[in-house]
Design a protein around this ligand. Sequence first.
Ligand code: FES
Ligand code: FES
Length: 156
Amino acid sequence: MAFKIKVNGADHTADVDGDTPLLWVLRDVLGMTGTKFGCGMALCGACTVHMDGAPTRSCITSIDSVGSAEITTIEAIGGTPAGQKIQKSWLDLEVAQCGYCQSGQIMSASALLASNPRPSDADIDDAMSGNICRCGTYGRIREAIKQAAQANGKEG
Ligand code: FES
Ligand code: FES
């Protein structure tokens, strides 16, 4: 069946079964491989995208549940105000190690900053607790989110 979805501001059609995970549509049908497969069970966060701005595990989101929601992926998050600040901080603090988890980390961090411009440590822990990093970059992730939040403050 053909499903119409909106990804990064553009309309796409995917001719797949309704229970196909959004992650497979992004990677295998649309060729957007920045979103990663880790566990396939909503346990690691590597596959995080935004659905109408909310961080969403695309590995357990069936294509037939997406409807008219606007999907944003790592390929376009730098075009959003929060995503731009997060990516700058990530580069400034050299957050990534192997990098595998990082697109999911950036998507969760960007959603946090977009909804909460001045997150507390507890807010950061809450928002990021579902994103696993085998390289243990958690300290730098937290500092990068704080730096991005400070950038928010400077803009008033
Ligand atoms: S691949 Fe989706 S949460 Fe792990
Ligand atoms: S940077 Fe390697 S898993 Fe997170």
